[in-house]
Each structure stands twice: as C-alpha cells, then as structure tokens.
Design a protein around this ligand. Sequence first.
Ligand SMILES: [Zn+2]
Length: 208
Amino acid sequence: MNKALKANERELIKLIRFFSKRAEQLTASEELSEDQRQLTQACQNLEKQLLQHAENRVAIMDKRARLEKLIEDNAQCPKCHKAEMLKQQAVTTNEHGWKLNTYRCRRCNTSFTWNRPNNPWHMMEFMELYIKELEESLEAGLEPSIRQQTEAAIPQLQDSLYRLRPVLQDSDEEVQALTEKEREMDKLIHQFKNYLLIEKIKLDTYQE
Ligand SMILES: [Zn+2]
C-alpha cells in the first residue's frame, strides 16, 4: 500500500477495500441493497479523499524539507581557514534561539560553531539584526571607505530579506493549514473506522 499513508489511514483503507470487495461480490450475485450501495459509495469517496490528502501532505512536507536545506554554510575552520577537512557534527542553539551547525576540522583536530544560522527562518532574523547593527554603526560615524561599504551592503541584505520573507511565510501558512486539516481528517478517520468495524461485526453472524 501507499507509503505516504499514515497508520490510521492505512487501517481505514484496508477496511474500505474489504467493503468494496464485498459490494462487488454482492453486485455480481445481484444482492446489493440500496444501503450497501450507499455505504460503498461513501467508502470510495473517502478513500479518494484520503489519498488526495496524503499526496498533498507529501508535497507540502517535501517543499518544507527543501526550504530547510536552503542555507549553505560555506563554513571554514577558524585555525587553518580551510573547508575540505570539515565534518559537520551537531546542531546547537545560541542566545537568540537560532540553530547553528557545529563542525570539527580533522586537519587541526579542532571543533567550532559556525557563526550563522543553518536554516532560512533563523537566517531571516539574523539578517534583520545585522541590518540594524549596520544602520547603528552608520549613525555612530564610520571612516569614509567603511561607510561606503556599509551603505552598499544594507540594500543588498534588505533585498535578500524581501525575497526570502514571503517564501517562508507561504510555507508557514501551508504547514499550519495542513496541521488543521490533519486534525479534521484524523477525527473523520476515527469515526468512519469505528462505524465500518461495527458493520463488519454485524456481518459475522454465526450460522447454525
Ligand atoms: Zn582546520
């Protein structure tokens, strides 16, 4: 069965298939009642809805996973300033609540935390703070050459921020909508499964 399905969805689809198969047999022998026909129809509709929902969930979570990997560290060892012998070790959280990667340089046998967030959500906050710091340094007064660099850097950072923000907001909204839908579906699955289980028990009558 479809791997994208959750355990409760898979369980319900098994039951649905049981009733569909039974309806086929009853149709063949011309014994299908109107109630049974309606039940079969409801089962098929729900199965379609479940598969559609699972497909939608996979698409949203794939997109989310791609976004999470959007940031490339380009980390360098603080001692040898090289990147080739680096091995990413763990993820740590700093005082701002941002997640950062920790690395080990196998050449220098040294471990360090890279100074930038490893994901676009925290990177957005990092850039916001960085822009603020640059603006403050401009107000405080800088040497002309540094002032020029700083003045050029700010709109570039703002541009990245303006492009990143709506993409992340869309994804956040999508995930939130999915979570709500998931709750509704879980409830529906639970109710329908219990209903079908009772119908199945009713079929299991003892024949003398
Ligand atoms: Zn090194």
